[in-house]
Design a binder for this molecule. Structure first.
Ligand code: DON
Length: 561
């Protein structure tokens, strides 16, 4: 069904493309503010906050809490994420509220006594959960950069949870496709099944326990989640299930405000997320290398363009595997990786034919399992912009609702490199830089990004998609800057992906013509399968108006006023 939906959307995309070459598409246009997220309800809640006079940070926080209710697939209280902020007074900053390994975690916790890697321990059950960061991150953003009180931004989410949300068919389908998984856990079955049966379109999903947890946060701030009732429920459920998270882990959790990664690409400044995300470094490395090439509009997805992009991506992802991890635990060579000088080295290594990744390491298949993260972009009339990506890792995280607390827990521990040379669920390899240590944050690919033009926000972008996030965000930026697409064309355009290992070019349906594929194969590239790549949410900003679009691959909404 989803495949069919996506297929029809792509037909629509192609139609839009074929009728709008060189012309503007039809994105949502607004003059005062815009919120683009994966949920219509959450985008509308964000816009209401802006209309009440809140700034982009207030709206982003309200949208974040609303997503925890209206988009349980990835919106969350039990996960983590990153927020990139540009303030009208030109300050740029980022908030890292990535989950942390519990204090009782240890390097080989997912290996058996013979050193054999047991991936299910890091992906399923409470053993897979890191200490959640979302609540702390959203509240930190609100307290430092917002203008409203907690109860004002959290109230709409409480109402949604209390009164229930009517399931639109794709969300109903997404929840119901996991019915069997939810049935494994009584606390999850109680909420995400209808007395054991799958949810259907137009059913109402009521989340009373979640409403109560939100209410406690509204009344007590971070302590409403990290101490007392909710913290006890998390720790008790974790203990009962053999998990590692304790009340002390929760009480100790802190988000970190970090300097962004800055890039400069063809006249635009790029403000993006640094470690423990790999995304900001990766897109900066790629853009530095790509700056050595000039493309015309007709080069878009040509074999020369794809060849260049893929060769750069192979090198960027190889560096990711070797050098990237939590900067608080490992000396990540950020300056070197993001330098223009190193980009020259990358460019020099690119030949006319493909350099096989297998020369370095054997290929590893990327599993087709469904996963979810979610991105939202917000701008206001004051000149502030916020780009946020949050995740539980897999769709619905580890599928475990904390008994009595009403929210799902993440399975983010799988983003660590549990055993060097062994890929995680996204086929990503890692090294010592991303090994498990107590209190350490697992490496991420989430890449919330703000592109500035003459110091002012120009494009706010980001996407889910596991390891593909980096290539998706990169292509949205290239589409805007190099190919001068409008926001709709940018987000609708089919994408490609390469992550060094496995040595394959993945691509979307209709993304590459037969000629281009044949040309790429002649140059030594190996084509992978066709798959859906990302689900970006973007806003393009002009002098006196905004244009925004949700990705047709999802079912979100651009709300503006
Ligand atoms: O942080 C990361 O890179 C992953 N946990 C993100 C997972 C994800 O995007 C799944 N969604 N499609």
């Amino acid at each position: 069904m989803l495949t069919r939906t996506f297929f029809s959307l792509i037909i629509l995309v192609l139609f839009t493309f074929s009728t709008s070459i060189g012309a503007s598409g039809d994105p949502v246009r607004a003059e005062n503010g815009m919120v683009v997220s994966a949920s219509k309800l959450a985008s509308d809640i964000g816009i209401e906050i802006l209309k009440k006079g809140g700034n982009a940070i207030d709206a982003a926080v309200a949208t974040g809490f609303a997503l925890a209710v209206a988009y349980p697939t990835a919106g969350n209280l039990g996960g983590g994420g990153f927020m990139v902020i540009h303030l009208a007074d030109s300050l740029n900053t980022t908030i890292d509220f990535r989950e942390k390994a519990p204090k009782n975690a240890f390097r080989d916790m997912y290996l058996d006594s013979n050193g054999v890697y047991l991936p299910e321990l890091g992906r399923e059950g409470f053993t897979s959960s890191g200490v959640p960061g979302s609540v702390e991150g959203l509240l930190y953003a609100l307290n430092h950069y917002g203008t409203m009180k907690i109860h004002e931004v959290i109230e709409p989410a409480i109402k949604l949870a209390e009164e229930g949300i009517v399931l639109e068919y794709r969300l109903a389908e997404s929840i119901s496709s996991n019915t069997n998984r939810f049935l494994e856990y009584p606390s999850s079955a109680k909420i995400f099944t209808k007395n054991g049966n799958p949810y259907e379109e137009n059913d109402t999903l009521i989340q009373k326990d979640l409403a109560r947890a939100l209410q406690l946060i509204s009344e007590n701030g971070r302590d409403g989640f990290y101490k007392g009732h909710v913290a006890k429920l998390i720790a008790e459920h974790s203990k009962k299930s053999g998990g590692f998270i304790t009340e002390q882990d929760l009480a100790d959790y802190q988000c970190v405000e970090r300097t962004p990664i800055y890039g400069y690409y063809k006249g635009f400044d790029i403000v993006t997320m640094g470690p423990p995300s790999s995304g900001g470094i990766a897109i900066t490395q790629a853009l530095n290398a790509l700056e050595n090439f000039n493309w015309e509009k007709s080069d878009w997805n040509s074999s020369e363009y794809i060849h260049t992009l893929v060769e750069i991506l192979k090198r960027v992802y190889a560096d990711r595997a070797e050098h990237l991890g939590d900067v608080d635990y490992y000396p990540v060579p950020v300056d070197w990786l993001t330098s223009k000088l190193y980009a020259q080295e990358i460019v020099t290594g690119i030949a006319d034919t493909a350099t096989p990744s297998e020369k370095v390491n054997p290929g590893i298949p990327i599993p087709e399992e469904s996963e979810e993260t979610t991105h939202y972009s917000v701008v206001d009339k004051y000149g502030n912009a916020v780009s946020t990506t949050v995740t539980l890792n897999s769709s619905y995280g580890n599928k475990i609702v904390v008994e009595g607390a009403g929210f799902l827990m993440n399975n983010e521990m799988d983003d660590f490199s549990a055993k060097p040379g062994t890929p995680n669920q996204f086929g990503l390899l890692g090294s010592e830089a991303n090994s498990i240590e107590p209190g350490k944050r697992m490496l991420s690919s989430m890449t919330p990004t703000i592109v500035l033009k003459q110091g002012k926000p120009y494009f706010v972008t980001g996407s889910p998609g596991g390891s593909t996030i980096i290539t998706v965000v990169l292509q949205t930026i290239l589409n805007v800057i190099d190919f001068e697409m409008d926001v709709e064309q940018t987000l609708y355009a089919p994408r490609i992906h390469h992550q060094w290992m496995p040595d394959k070019i993945y691509f979307e349906e209709y993304g590459l013509s037969k000629d281009v594929i044949e040309n790429l194969e002649r140059r030594g590239h190996i084509m992978g399968n066709i798959r859906v790549l990302g689900r970006a949410e973007g806003i393009l900003i002009f002098d006196d108006y905004f244009t925004g679009t949700t990705d047709p691959r999802g079912y979100g909404k651009a709300s503006g006023y």
